[in-house]
Each structure stands twice: as C-alpha cells, then as structure tokens.
Design a protein around this ligand. Sequence first.
Ligand SMILES: Cc1cc2nc3c(=O)[nH]c(=O)nc-3n(C[C@H](O)[C@H](O)[C@H](O)COP(=O)(O)OP(=O)(O)OC[C@H]3O[C@@H](n4cnc5c(N)ncnc54)[C@H](O)[C@@H]3O)c2cc1C
Length: 607
Amino acid sequence: MLCILSPQTRLLGPCLKRKVTYVAPLSALHSIANLSPARPKVNLTPLKRFPALNRPFNIRSAAAAMSPVTQFLNTSGEADPVWVHQVPYSKHPEFSPLKENIETDVCIVGGGIAGVSIAYELVNRGFNVTLLEARKVLSGESGRTSGHLANALDDGYTEIAKKHGKENARIAAESHTWALNRVGEIARNLDIECEFRYLPGYEISQYNVNHPGYQKEIDSLREEVKMAKDLGLSVSFHDDLQVQGWDSGPDQRGGAVFENQATFHPTKYLVGVLEWLRKQPNFNCFTDTRAVSLTEEGFEVLGFGKERVTIQTENGQKVTANQAVQATCVPLQKLAVIAQMEYNRTYCIAIRVPKGYVQDCLLYDQAEQYKYVRLTECDDKDDYLVVGGCDHKVGQEDTGGRFAELEQWVRARFTRAGSVDYKWSGQIFEPVDYMAYIGKNQGTKHSYIVTGDSGNGLTHGVLAGKLIADEIGGLKNPWSQLYDPGRMASLAKSLPSMLSHDIEINTQYKRFLQTDITDIEDLVPGTGGVLNKGFSQPIAVYKDEDGEVHENSALCPHMKGVVCWNNTEKSWDCPVHGSRFSKDGVCVEGPANANLEPLKKRKQQPV
Ligand SMILES: Cc1cc2nc3c(=O)[nH]c(=O)nc-3n(C[C@H](O)[C@H](O)[C@H](O)COP(=O)(O)OP(=O)(O)OC[C@H]3O[C@@H](n4cnc5c(N)ncnc54)[C@H](O)[C@@H]3O)c2cc1C
C-alpha cells in the first residue's frame, strides 16, 4: 500500500514525502556499533515556571541506575526524549497490574494520548472506564513525540482535498482546530502547567532562494495557503518571512504563516490529566497488563440479550466490558488497516539555545524528509530547540548518522546553538489516504480503534476522545465519517500506492534467506544481529555490555517477518509492519501483541 506521492504533495509529515525503496545492505545495519545516545546534562538549576518540579534531580544517575528491562517498560527506546528533563519516568503516575477479573462500561487498551483523551471524555460523561497498559503509562510514542499541536496538517489540504473532497478537507481543518484548542482548555480546567501556548506555524522552502527548486516549492506553498484559507483557517503567505535567530546559512526566506497553532510539554500535560483521572471514582487503570485478545461475545437481537467484549490479558485475568477501544498506537493482530499504513522512524534532537534567541514558533521545511522545529523549557538561561526529521521506513535503513545530520542543520542556521543534550527516535505511521482511522472497528459492534497518526497523532489522539465518546454516548458526530476505519472511497483512490507498498512489504521476507552475523563471537558487546543458519529458525542474538548473550526467535509474532537490529534504540524492529521489541524481546510496538519467543541466555566463554 502506500505513499507514492505527486511531486506537488506537500509534504510535511514525518514520513510522507519519502519514496524509499532502498534497502540497506544488512551488513551496514550492523556496523554501527558505537553510536552512544546523548546523555542529558545534569540540571540542578531550580525551575522557575514549574514549582511542583522544583526539586533538583540528577538525570544521569537516574538513567544509569535503571536496569535495561525497566527502560523499555518506561519508553520505547534506549535513548531518552527531552521530556524526561523536567518529568523523569519516576514522576509518571504509577498503577498496579490487574489481579482479578473485572467488569466495566468501557475498557481502553493503551495509555498514551489517545487512551488518556478517550478516558477523559468518557469519565466526564459518567461512564465507568478501565484503562489497561502493557508497560507503564506514557511508555509509547506519546512520551517520545515532539509536541506540535497543529491544524496545518502534514499532508497538506490540497492533497487531502484530492483524496477526500473539499468538504472533508474542511472537516479535517475544523476537527484538528477543535483538538488543539481542547488541549489548552483541559490544561486550563485542570490547572496543568504544561507550557501550552498558541504560536504561529511557519512553512518554508527547503532551498535557498537562488536554488532552482525554490520557486516550485513556494508556488505549492501559495496554493496550500489559498486552499487552507478557503477552508476557514487563518493563514497567509509572507515573501519576507524570516525566523528570528536564524542568523547564518542558506537564505530560505518567504513562507506560509498559519496562525493559532499550539505546543505544549506532552508528558506534563498527560501526567496532569492522569493525576486528575485517578481521583475519579469511575476510573481505574492497570499497568504491566498486556491485552492479548479482544473478543465480542454474547447474543443481542432487537435490544434483547447482551453482547459484550472480553479483553484477555497476558497474565490470565480478563476484563468484560460493554465497549472496548484499542488505543495501542497500532491495533493488535491482523486488521485490514494495518496493511493500509506505512511504518516509519523519525529522529529528534534537543539542542540548547539562549533564552529569547530563537523565535517561539513551529517551523517546517518542504524537504522530502522534512525538518520540524519547536522550543521547550530547559533552565533559567537556555531553552531547548527540538528539531526532528530524517525519517525512514522501519527496519529498512541504517539508523546511524541521523542525529548528526539534524545537528548540522541547526548549527548551519542558528550559530549560537549550544550542546545537544538529548537525541531520540520514535515511530510514526502514514495511512494511505492521510487521515487517521478512528471509530468502530470493521465488522464489530462494540470495538473501536484509533491509529494512523499521519504526522498529527497528538491532535488525532485528542480528537479520538470526542469521536469515540460521542459514538459510545449515542451522539451523532458530523466529523466521524472522515475518520471511519471502514471508509472506502478515499482508499479506492489510493489503490496504486497501496499495491506498490504491498510489493515492497513482501520483499522484506527476503530476510529469511539472509544472515546478519555468521558468528556470535563477532558481535560487539551492546549490539545485536540476526543469526540465520538456514536450517532452523533465524535467531535474534543480543550481546549485552557484560558479554552475556541473549537469544530470542527473530520471527515477529505478528506475521513472521524477520526482525532487524536497531542500534540507535537497541531494539528489534520488524520491516514488514513495524512491530518493535526491546533488546530483551519485550514487545514495545504493535501490531504484534506478544514478545519475541525466548530461546536462551548464556555467558560467552572467554576465548
Ligand atoms: C519523534 C516523534 C515526533 C512526533 N511529533 C508529533 C507532533 O509534533 N505532533 C503530532 O501531532 N504528532 C507527533 N508525533 C506522533 C504522535 O506523537 C503519536 O502519534 C501519538 O503520541 C500516538 O499516541 P497513541 O496514544 O496513539 O499511542 P502511544 O502513545 O504509543 O500509546 C499506546 C500505548 O499502548 C500500549 N500498548 C500497546 N499494546 C498494548 C497491549 N497489547 N496491551 C496494553 N497496552 C498496549 C503501549 O505500551 C503504549 O503505551 C510524533 C511522533 C514521534 C515518534
């Protein structure tokens, strides 16, 4: 399936513009042993704006004290995102695992922004809500995001209108505007200090004004401005647009200005909402509780009888619910929507800049793997410029070199940039027709899904709160048909790109015939590789820093793709549908709903 885009496609969405078919030689995937994730600078300066967090803590020692398993229960990678600078994992709300069978009105699976937003809306409407989380709350992509809240959608309204029609493009604009405002409203209502603020969003060319490609990008930006204005957004084109602080490098002036975009500190916000939720009598949450299946059972005819959903957990307990929601970022198992998405990794750095030096705005360029930029609080002296980009398909390219590229990009433009304190990557998903899938799962009566961030997963997650709460509460929502997981018309328009994506996905099975390593001895401590001897199943071998060798099956439990070693995040990533596993084999990203099958663990003998 996926994303073959017209040259005019606009292009701002982590992933969208890539037409990658290149598959890195597997040897390359494993030759990147020494990329050490950035370690944060110790910050002992009292924080001014966040009195509740005014206790100094030493991130370096907190991280060092963490066992490898704990890291992957808290977040989906070895590298920590900048958000831990002010909200370490130890400040995330803690809940206990489910220990007995329970019944509830609505069971939500997944404790990220989608799950928390749906819980918030339903609890407010009086439903009994149970939230299940396989690891710790906020351990998924919501903890690793960059936190732009935009109605300047990544795929561009010109392209969205081509797939969905202009009226639906208007609905997209209206509903995302609602979602970004909703975050501000909830933060205000619950008194959550989360850096929420409105600011302008700038879209600029990737090229210098003298470059031959510059004018074409400016023309397509002007076209986008016209379309967005028609849809009711406050947007204009400025020939002389320049970002304050951009004091060197290429002159990329001129661009679209979208008013009333927003940003926030994602984990401060979500921790605040979860703290409020835990005080509500009609809410409970269980962590370290993986859902392994959701089944609709019972019989219902003309209002008689009762169908319910049984959510079976890995630990053996079950939740029986009137309605269930998969807010697991990617739905579990083999649903049709999984085949309608492209799975990408995107990279971010947080680099110090003196306070007031760089303008507080959201910034995007038009590159195929575009850069996305924002500011967040660091300390009394500096802010962090959070810069993202360098996307590629999961498990299909070398993960090395991406952080260096981002850093060079910043230093070439913002000469007063200081140290890079955080470097991390995360997973993003691109539905073939650009809009997330939110609503009742195809072929079910009481089961809902939310997936397909399309570069705007935060607003899509918040929006899921309204769409799903409205549907469960029996309210007709005029936006719901655009996000319906069963929609057909826009998907039909995307058939050619779906086919080419399918072909590409199937070629990933070639890894059955390949091996990354020929001898475990050759693995550098702290790295992994797949050992495929050809006569038995391929083995995912990880050698830890002490030389202990951990062996798991290299077959992804979802559809038996052979996983690849991701040396940046020390994880096993499946190139087929993007499932990911920690170095120890713990599932951190679906659609797989189980861990890699453990084989053995042994200490390597000294030679
Ligand atoms: C680097 C990066 C930058 C981004 N920037 C932006 C941005 O600026 N703006 C924007 O709008 N979007 C952005 N996104 C996308 C956005 O962050 C995500 O789409 C969004 O956070 C996903 O939220 P979620 O709740 O759907 O999933 P998640 O936050 O991943 O939560 C899903 C949860 O489900 C749990 N789970 C999974 N399987 C099970 C199971 N079987 N049982 C129980 N629990 C389970 C997981 O452990 C996880 O905690 C970015 C993403 C990345 C990675």
